[in-house]
Design a protein around this ligand. Structure first.
Ligand code: SF4
Length: 690
């Protein structure tokens, strides 16, 4: 339903330039049509090459999401037991005064008992990591290690290439071989898929490497359906074949890499037969892939974060990131690897976040992945104070953090004071003491990095905030004022924050004028080496890791819960996103939820038959951490021995008030302290008919 404002006079439609704020590599440029103060349409900006005038189905529904009847438009105070979802509207004054008083009284004992919790509900630098960080720095609250998506892969890149850097995405169009590795691009990286299609039309071969036969895998020339968590074994076997057939660029290796002899020795321990056994794929498939990769130029690899959500995730990214230096693929602008381009953006985080406000204090750090355990921990010398207050924004941890039963138990603590800044009453908001209505991307300023291209984007507000909604920055500004924080940086406006994010490094007038500004930089960034590592070379062997007592070379690190390793829980489960959801965002947009239908577990016909499960059956998926009911989709989208629990449904919209994270664990990755969502052993059984 549209919210009419009778005081508005009719004005001609106008278009406002913006940026998609969601956790997606594409960071599209938006054009919002506004008529009489109402956003009537959100489209892709055709002037922005990476967007090409096209948005995904999810964000095309933005007006439906923005004007959703269930949007929270006033501050709400809890009026029932924790988790009951019962709230009463209150004024901003009442809410802010009470929140400030509660936080101040906890801070007087120990500000580290206050825990911020946020992630990429918006990827915007201003609404996601500016005034909020200033507020918590000034307060002296605990730090949050924001690990829930990408840290393992990020560390893998840092210890190999030197940063989150790689090929420019547009040049994949000129590649002759593209490995799409750990990514369902059609669902999660649509604009890259358009580029890959162009390459395909020009004769490129597309190979998808993924435990799931995704929509993308179906449309590639070949699909390598390996077991979850075995990607490093495959990459090492490819190296073995490159070495034994001498499909190597010796000159590039000699001039632009370190650790070649050590890597050679490691790779020679991985003949294709060994990897085939570990990966659960035919040996000939590995040989063919190596032949293709070793003899095709330019060859490019598009990694996404799926492959690093397992115990050995960082090592897997390290192993794959070594490949282009072995064949000299980096010499071509259409060769190399791209996982993330975010390290290319010259963001001035010191200006935005103001760590000087810590005034010499070094608060402890809580890992967002282990919030389930940490909310249940008592004070101790090792841990520090018990967590007494949580301020959640841009995140829905009750639905998205692993090991949900622990997370729910923690959020249900009667002695925990929880504030949630949100658009909707999510699973997390149900556990809040206060819900504060936040603006959407159509209602506030922001400026963005991207991790799938190299353009800076500006988001200008298209409409006034709905109801009493306030931007995150405004909420933290007002809390700061009520807590007596008088530093002038708490007065900075959102537009000023947008300007501070890049300072003089990006032309702000260009951003205002066209909505985006390319970073520039060379087309083939590592054609002549120059990696941003300490050695300036591609580091097959990392001295930095070795100095920490870790393996300096990439290796296959088996899953914590490898497929088939448990008789009790014989199936490996991965939980890739349902195509029309983005993490837990959009699950409450009815038109998108209707397309997804119901929570599904994809199971291979053999595994289904062994359990008398038919397509559409209600099944119980379980392990020692919990149990989750959903519908079975019997399909070869799942390989034998692996089930795909599509996520991430809101718990309260599922069959039994839970979701797939009831089963996932809080175990961490090899580097980066990341989550291991796709490293999860389960059993599945048919639920008796009601
Ligand atoms: S979610 Fe991704 S593809 Fe969809 S509009 Fe946003 S950036 Fe573009």
């Amino acid at each position: 339903m549209l919210h009419e404002d009778p005081s508005r006079t009719a004005t001609p439609p106008r278009q406002v330039r913006g940026a998609c704020p969601h956790d997606c590599p594409d960071t599209c440029a938006l054009l919002t049509t506004v008529e009489n103060g109402i956003a009537t349409r959100v489209q892709g900006n055709p002037a922005h090459a990476q967007t090409g005038g096209v948005l995904c189905a999810k964000v095309s529904k933005y007006p439906e999401r923005t004007y959703h009847a269930e949007r929270i438009l006033t501050p709400l105070k809890r009026s029932g037991p924790k988790g009951s979802g019962q709230f009463t509207p209150v004024t901003w004054d009442e809410a802010l005064a009470d929140i400030a008083a509660r936080l101040a009284s906890i801070a007087a004992r120990d500000p580290q008992a206050i825990q911020p919790y946020s992630y990429a509900g918006t990827m915007g630098l201003v609404q996601g990591e500016s005034m909020d960080r200033r507020f918590f720095h000034r307060l002296g609250a605990s730090f949050l290690d924001r690990t829930i998506c990408a840290t393992a892969g990020g560390e893998g890149l840092v210890h190999t290439l030197g940063g989150k850097v790689g090929m420019k995405v547009e040049f994949f169009a000129e590649s002759k071989l593209i490995l799409i590795w750990g990514s369902n691009s059609i669902g999660s990286n649509l604009h890259f898929w358009r580029i890959a299609q162009q390459a395909k039309r020009d004769g490129a071969k597309l190979v998808c490497i993924d435990p799931r036969k995704s929509e993308t895998a179906e449309k590639c020339h070949e699909h390598i359906q390996l077991l979850p968590g075995t990607d490093a074994a495959l990459a090492l076997a490819l190296m073995h074949e490159l070495i034994t057939h001498d499909w190597l660029d010796h000159d590039y290796i000699a001039r632009h890499t370190v650790g070649w002899e050590q890597l050679r020795e490691r790779a020679l321990q991985w003949p294709p037969e060994r990897a085939a056994q570990v990966c659960g794929i035919p040996v000939e498939q590995i040989r063919q892939l190596a032949r293709d990769y070793g003899t095709t130029q330019p060859a490019a690899i598009r990694l996404n974060y799926g492959m690093q959500r397992v115990h050995g995730g960082a090592n897997a990214v390290r192993a794959v990131a070594c490949l282009p230096a072995l064949t000299g693929a980096w010499r071509h602008r259409a060769g190399g690897v791209l996982l993330s381009s975010s390290g290319s953006f010259p963001v001035d985080r010191v200006a935005l976040q103001r760590p000087d406000l810590l005034a010499g204090r070094s608060p402890r750090t809580i890992n967002m992945v282990t919030i389930g355990n940490d909310l249940l921990r008592e004070a101790s010398p090792a841990f520090g104070p018990k967590i007494e207050a949580l301020v959640v924004y841009n995140s829905n941890p009750v639905a998205v953090a692993p090991d949900s039963s622990k997370v729910v138990q923690g959020f249900a603590r009667e002695d925990l004071f929880t504030v949630v800044l949100e658009h909707f009453q999510t699973d997390t908001a149900d556990y809040a003491d206060y819900i504060l209505p936040a603006t959407t991307q159509l209602e506030h300023w922001d400026v963005h990095v991207a991790y799938g291209h190299t353009d800076v984007l500006l988001n200008q507000p298209a409409i006034a905030p709905l109801g009493q909604a306030r931007s995150n920055t405004q909420i933290f500004r007002e809390l700061a004022a009520r807590m007596g924080f008088t530093e002038s940086c708490f007065q900075d406006s959102d537009e000023q924050l947008c300007r501070q994010a890049y300072g003089a490094k990006v032309d702000f007038n260009l951003l205002l004028e066209q909505g985006f500004a390319p970073l520039g930089g060379p087309d083939a960034p590592f054609a002549e080496g120059g990696f941003p590592t300490p050695s300036g070379k591609c580091e097959f062997f990392s001295e930095r890791l070795a100095a920490q007592g870790l393996d300096g070379l990439p290796d296959h690190v088996p899953n914590h819960e490898a497929a088939g390793s448990s008789a009790q829980y014989p199936l490996a489960m991965i939980s890739p996103p349902a195509r029309h959801f983005l993490n837990s965002t959009f699950v409450n947009v009815k038109s998108l939820r209707d397309i997804e239908g119901r929570p599904l577990l994809e199971i291979h016909p053999q595994d289904a038959a062994a359990r008398s499960i038919e397509d559409g059956s209600v099944v119980r998926v379980f392990n020692d951490r919990g149990s989750y009911r959903c519908h079975a989709h019997v399909s070869e989208r799942a390989r034998p021995g692996v089930v795909n629990g599509l996520g991430i449904w809101w718990r309260k919209l599922g069959l039994d008030g839970s979701n797939v994270n009831q089963l996932t664990s809080q175990a961490l990755t090899d580097l980066g302290q990341g989550p291991t969502f796709y490293d999860c052993a389960v059993q599945v059984s048919l639920c008796p008919s009601p």
